[in-house]
Design a protein around this ligand. Structure first.
Ligand code: BGC
Length: 495
């Protein structure tokens, strides 16, 4: 699209994505679901032969790095209460449930020579309970909880993990692929690569900013592609499912009308989202050119003999390109992006390579998470940007949601869902973006990584003070239930 047309579309979007919810229906085949991830809800951290993973190790070794020294040892106890979870999903009328496998529950050492039958049975039982209630399982193979023995050999910095991940993926397709038709290889690789290996705040806690984060990403992209090709070659013909990789970003809006800020906003999107999305989803494949050029240039000025961003061979670019059957997108909020000259050469890092300052507008509605402001027009713009830049893919929103402090009358969450779903509906009906599914994060209040249990994202409340972890529906449960049943955000929709 020409830039003038884009500008007009932007203004149109900005002016329309406010106010009353849209009174038109979601398309007939649009699906709604909700999500969790293994470490955040399962608990049972050493039950029935499960191996240790990096989050078990990290929370136990460095409790001071997690709010209130909390961990996922018990979490929502979904390892024992999964049938109750399925009842909650049934009550909601969910079309699908996105959850992740704990790699170390299936393969305690991470390697395929030791399979933990109890772990396999757990997921078999969960999947069968979902299917018998008409709920499609959407499975993420990796939502951040690497088996500890694989971190001990270097984690995602060691390319051997491509093979270990491929073995785990193949085993999962073999064991569960008759029932699971929607697979996501990785969840938000930018988060676990950058925060885990660059900033060092997530496990494994390595601080090699601008070096190890890129190495991690390189391995992950190869591992994803290998798993996709395994599915394609060995399983697709008989199982007929779909494979994708979840990429996340916030929308970055230029802080001003200046060309520099526009360029900065685009660059931030490329460094956050394009880092993973480009190689898989873009018709050209590979890393975004702006990443390749900037990192090479800065690396050279810093005295490195080659770029800190590893290179793909042309064969690898081709091997990774197009390894998706739908586009999986996680997104929650929006930031303003400003050009910055503050990042002097000499201190390598992802932020310095990007050289963009971001902040949020003080007038935007807040949540319980510092980074999450309610900016529904950002959702619509992001969907349009993906549609334009990635050749009109089918998009499934695999996470979107709002945090508060756990109140049952969660009007803030209802407001967030109403406004974000309205923005999505406009993207579909008015802009022609092919969004086919929406996943509310999350089903339950759960372990929020470094923030422990201080921020609540669930549509069902969990009482973490009670050893039985009782679940209670919030007002948003009823709200979403009605949306799912009617495919409509208001009392009565136009036909
Ligand atoms: C992650 C979830 C997390 C959510 C809210 C996403 O980045 O995939 O695991 O709970 O954000 O913080």
């Amino acid at each position: 699209m020409k830039s003038r047309a884009l500008l007009l579309l932007s203004l149109h979007i900005l002016s329309r994505t406010t106010g009353e919810p849209i009174n038109k229906k979601f398309p007939e085949n649009f699906i709604f679901g909700t999500a969790t991830a293994a470490y955040q809800v399962e608990g049972g951290w050493q039950d029935d032969g499960k191996g240790e993973n990096i989050w078990d190790y990290f929370t136990h070794t460095y409790p001071d790095r997690i709010a209130n020294g909390e961990n996922g040892d018990v979490a929502c106890d979904s390892y024992h209460k999964y049938l109750e979870d399925v009842d909650l999903l049934k009550n909601l009328g969910a079309n699908f449930y996105r959850f992740s496998f704990s790699w170390a529950r299936i393969l305690p050492t991470g390697k395929a020579d030791q399979v933990n039958q109890a772990g396999v049975d757990y997921y078999k039982n969960l999947i069968s309970a979902l299917k018998s209630n008409g709920i499609e399982p959407f499975v993420t193979l990796y939502h951040w909880d690497l088996p500890k023995p694989l971190e001990d050999i270097g984690g995602w910095l060691n390319e051997t993990l491509v093979e270990y991940f491929a073995d785990y993926a193949r085993l999962s397709f073999t064991l569960f692929g008759d029932d699971v038709k929607n697979w996501m290889t990785f969840n938000e690789a930018d988060q676990f690569c950058q925060v885990g290996y660059g900033y060092g705040a997530f496990p494994p806690g390595i601080r090699q900013d601008g070096i190890d984060d890129y190495l991690c990403g390189h391995t992950v992209l190869k591992a994803h592609a290998k798993a996709y090709h395994i599915y394609d070659e060995e399983f697709r013909a008989t199982q007929n499912g779909r494979v994708s990789m979840v990429v996340d970003t916030e929308w970055y809006e230029p802080a001003s009308d200046s060309d520099q800020d526009k360029e900065a906003a685009d660059r931030k999107l490329q460094f956050t989202f394009g880092w993973f999305a480009n190689a898989i989803y873009h018709p050209d494949g590979n890393y975004p050119q702006v990443m390749i050029d900037r990192i090479a240039d800065r690396s050279q000025k810093e005295g490195f003999s080659k770029s800190r961003l590893p290179e793909f061979t042309p064969e690898e670019v081709d091997y990774i390109k197009g390894t998706f059957d739908f586009f999986s997108l996680n997104t929650y909020s929006t930031n303003l992006a400003e050009w910055s000259d503050d990042y002097a050469i000499g201190n390598p890092g992802w932020d310095a390579d990007t050289s963009v300052t971001t902040y949020q507008d003080g007038s935007w509605n807040s949540s319980a998470s510092s980074w999450l402001k309610v900016v529904p027009w950002g959702m619509r713009k992001l969907l349009n940007w993906i549609n334009e830049n990635y050749d009109h893919p089918e998009i499934v929103i695999t996470e979107n949601g709002f945090s508060d402090h756990g109140e049952l009358d969660d009007q803030g969450r209802i407001n967030y869902y109403t406004e974000y779903l309205s923005a999505i509906l406009q993207a579909i009906l008015e802009d022609g973006v092919n969004v086919t599914g929406y996943t509310a994060w999350g089903l339950l209040d759960n372990f929020q990584w470094l923030n422990g249990y201080t921020e609540k994202f669930g549509i069902y409340q969990v009482n973490f003070d009670d050893p039985d972890r009782p679940r209670t529906p919030k007002a948003s449960t009823e709200f979403l239930k009605k949306v799912i049943a009617t495919k409509c955000l208001v009392d009565v929709c136009e036909d």
